[in-house]
Design a protein around this ligand. Structure first.
Ligand SMILES: [Zn+2]
Length: 123
């Protein structure tokens, strides 16, 4: 049902935790599986130098948050804003259709954290 990559990121999630004095924090949730995702960003010169997440939810939600932190780490804010749930799913070698909403959540959490960052910058 799940690809090896999904299982890997579920069993060994990357960048778990939180960042003290983060430059942007985003939290989103979905009613479908009750997933809650929180993303913390450390940003220097418009580049994401560190990213951590905390996810309470199903295995697919944990795997999609983990892979999305890897996808945006080291990227500029604009590059990270271009992250799509499809890129998240592709990076995981696919997700079962019933779990696609978890990848949408990962995209939304990253965008919410960036919006928070921009708000704090007064943009
Ligand atoms: Zn889910």
């Amino acid at each position: 049902m799940y690809s090896e990559k999904v299982m890997d990121h579920f069993m060994n999630p990357r960048n778990v935790g939180e960042i003290e004095n983060a430059d942007g924090v985003g939290q989103v949730g979905n009613a479908k599986c009750g997933d809650i995702m929180k993303v913390y960003l450390k940003i220097e010169n418009d580049r994401i130098v560190d990213v951590k997440f905390k996810t309470f939810g199903c295995g697919a939600a944990i795997a999609t948050s983990s892979i999305s932190t890897e996808l945006i780490k080291g990227k500029t804010v604009d590059e990270a804003l271009a992250l799509t749930n499809k890129a998240v799913v592709d990076a995981l070698d696919g997700l079962p259709p019933v779990k696609l909403h978890c990848s949408v959540l990962a995209e939304e959490a990253v965008k919410a954290a960036i919006e928070d960052y921009k708000k704090r910058q007064g943009k």
